[in-house]
Design a protein. Structure first.
Length: 103
């Protein structure tokens, strides 16, 4: 399962509308780097027969068979880590570089 925060879902819907891609699901992909970390990708795409589909915060999500195990349990957020530079972040317990947020 992949979970979107409310802010991530809001930004994805905004991007879909701006790009005239309303109605297309967002695809998340992951590949393992040589150091064991995960390289992430995302973009709007059509569903393929072998894809796994989820819905989070009202957004349809698709993941290929190849990426499913790497991304299972991931949460995607949209935050401003640097002033004026909001970005998507991938909080993934399958990534050895991931450290859960502390409050």
């Amino acid at each position: 399962m992949i979970t979107l925060t409310a802010e991530a879902a809001k930004q994805i819907r905004h991007s879909a509308k701006e790009s005239n891609l309303d109605g297309l699901p967002i695809r998340f992909a992951g590949t393992r780097n040589s150091d064991g970390s995960i390289h992430y990708g995302m973009g709007f795409d059509d569903v393929k027969e072998t894809d796994t589909t989820y819905t989070s915060e009202g957004v349809d999500i698709i993941v290929s068979v190849a990426s499913k195990d790497l991304l299972d349990g991931m949460t995607v957020d949209y935050v401003e880590l640097e002033d004026g530079k909001p970005q998507f972040i991938f909080m993934n317990p399958n990534d050895p570089n991931y450290a859960p947020p502390t409050e």
